[in-house]
Design a protein around this ligand. Sequence first.
Ligand SMILES: CC(C)(COP(=O)(O)OP(=O)(O)OC[C@H]1O[C@@H](n2cnc3c(N)ncnc32)[C@H](O)[C@@H]1OP(=O)(O)O)[C@@H](O)C(=O)NCCC(=O)NCCS
Length: 219
Amino acid sequence: MDLIIVGAGGHGRVAAAIAARMPGVKLAGVLDDRFTHMKITDGRMYAPVSYAEALHQGFPDVKWFIGIGNNRVRQQLAARLDFPETAYASLVHPSAQINGDSRIGAGTLLGPQAVVNSDAEVGRHVIVNTGAVVEHDNTIGDYVHLSPNVTLTGSVTVHEGGHLGAGSCVIPGKNVGAWAVTGAGSTVIDDLPAGVTAVGTPAKIIKREGAVFVQHQQS
Ligand SMILES: CC(C)(COP(=O)(O)OP(=O)(O)OC[C@H]1O[C@@H](n2cnc3c(N)ncnc32)[C@H](O)[C@@H]1OP(=O)(O)O)[C@@H](O)C(=O)NCCC(=O)NCCS
């Protein structure tokens, strides 16, 4: 399978490294607006993102991956490209596990030692980063990022665009709202509404849609 990764930053390079470990996957190109013009180096193409549509039309068998760590930007880029789901590859590190009847969506990445356990459903363009654990019966929306060593226990739901910081833990059956953020090392023991930022153990909300919560500063 020939692969083009969109994004040459940190997450794009992580994606390229994982692709290099996957049997049968060949990185054919990288698109990023940091490249001002198309060039070919060592048989690999580097070009601005504006080349994507023509490449998709000209090489319909090539698979794509959006290697952007920021959830909003990743979503915006998917909307801009507007490729069918079948155009996207999922990248799964050889040491990651997808167990039982769980499913992962197109364009999703599982890093080294990531685990998705039985009957979990992981959406499209999700990042299950290094060592993150998605336990049984989880539902993970599109454009979520589970940072390294996140632990989602059983029957957790993370809605679209949620970003769980490194080492966060969510206890069983709790919901993380759309585009909510948890700080590194947080423990979520209550449902989190959409758009909030929560930190600490137990996780307390410090921001709602950008506004700082005075309560946190007093506690
Ligand atoms: C939660 C987070 C997103 C907040 O960032 P921010 O909006 O810039 O917030 P600030 O740094 O202004 O911090 C706001 C308050 O929360 C506290 N805080 C921030 N992160 C915290 C954390 N992880 N745990 C506990 N408290 C935290 C700060 O001390 C500060 O407290 P104060 O108001 O009493 O001074 C960020 O601190 C964080 O933890 N990011 C994790 C990112 C990550 O894991 N990325 C992995 C990518 S692979």
